[in-house]
Design a protein around this ligand. Sequence first.
Ligand code: UTP
Length: 289
Amino acid sequence: MQVNKAVIPAAGFGTRFLPVTKAQPKEMMPVLDKPTIQYVVEEAVSSGIDDVLIITGRGKQAIEAHFDKSYELEEELKNAGKTDRLDRVREIADLVDIHYVRQKERNGLGDAVLYARKHVGDEPFALLLGDTIIESEMPCTRELVQYAEEYEESVLSLERVPWERVESYGVAEVGGDVDSEPCFPVEDFVEKPPREEAPSNLAITGRYVLTPEIFDLLEETEKGVGGELQLTDAIRALSSVRGVELSGDRFDIGNIPDWLKANIEMALTHDDGEMNEAVRQIIQEQLNE
Ligand code: UTP
């Protein structure tokens, strides 16, 4: 089994971030100097993926424009002698082979994944949510790909969330021993359980490697919560699934506190000394007021 393709759903409405997302895709929300979806594509590339399919929809043209070549801009930068910036702009267009397919109606994440069926075919694939950045030493998707290839099964990244927040997530019922097995079997998932009924506090994070069996299961899945086709419902029907505990930081850019946190944390941790200092100073000034 070899994983060469990645699918990035980016067709959602982004209602939690209105009015910003009224006319621009939430996946284009900047974190520092890059739009969110660029971090996601970069994670796929650094995980050994050489073919990316982005699921887009109405109002998402800015995503395609971002990864396209921009002749006029390149010409302007070249003429102005701004070579650093020129290189950065060119790098984006040269990142990887990107394909697009449009989800016609927003019928949920499961429905968005079904649009990838024709492109992916009968192969396992990585799935990375276009609105979620994961900062980790080893790219999260690379770790999942390695385990999926080793076990020849679907593998999901799972994050330990505070027990009082399990109600907001799809939560895993673990089959094996999480402490002794880095890639453990998962028996089942429970969508948004009340705390007292949650089988664990290991929540689905937005990074998956799925076997192509998922497509038939999605075709058979009935619409679930919110009248949407839920990916988790199809994952529950997979013949076998494993989980890996996330060892980095996850930022769901679709909500304002997480987006702010991503900007602050990443400004403080990225190796741009000037930026670190400027942000530290701003925070210090605010705390002193
Ligand atoms: P969300 O669950 O955050 O949904 O999607 P949303 O509609 O984008 O946002 P809210 O809840 O209204 O604020 C998670 C990822 O799945 C994609 C989104 O673009 C996002 O990257 N998605 C979601 C689709 O591609 N299609 C869908 O029908 C739903």
